[in-house]
Design a binder for this molecule. Structure first.
Ligand code: SF4
Length: 77
């Protein structure tokens, strides 16, 4: 199962305030470009660090979804 594409990452550029928290929490998955975060790859193998990043984002700009169902995994609620 490892290495399979399972999750999808999205950063809403209209919400992101460029705090850089996500890139600190999950540097393999988020990079700041011109002051806004973007996913390094939009489709990834499951990785807990992106859930931490989504939960840590102060404006909930990061959404992690299941690749197949598009069900939202994080942030919760
Ligand atoms: S934590 Fe949220 S607001 Fe901060 S850079 Fe990442 S997506 Fe943008």
């Amino acid at each position: 199962m490892s290495g399979e594409i399972e999750w999808r990452l999205h950063v809403d550029p209209t919400r992101c305030i460029g705090s850089g928290i996500c890139a600190g929490v999950a540097p393999r998955h988020f990079v700041l470009v011109d002051g806004l975060s973007r996913p390094v790859a939009e489709r990834i193998a499951a990785d807990e660090s992106v859930l931490d990043a989504a939960e840590s984002c102060p404006v909930e700009a990061i959404v992690v979804s299941e690749e197949e169902s598009l069900r939202r995994i994080a942030p919760e609620g």
